[in-house]
Design a protein around this ligand. Sequence first.
Ligand code: SF4
Length: 53
Amino acid sequence: MECKKDRNKENCNCSYSCDKKGVCCDCITYHRNLGQLPACYFPNDVEKLMIDQ
Ligand code: SF4
């Protein structure tokens, strides 16, 4: 199966510069292990607030 990283990045609303951007399997695993949800679970204005804090 071909990785969909480039296509995923087009729909990713995460404003943080991160090497997992577009690699949703790694992204969700990373945040799940921290007890968090990734950026795409939040509207853009809320996601930005979380990064700024
Ligand atoms: S949600 Fe987290 S892991 Fe995913 S791209 Fe953004 S900063 Fe990286």
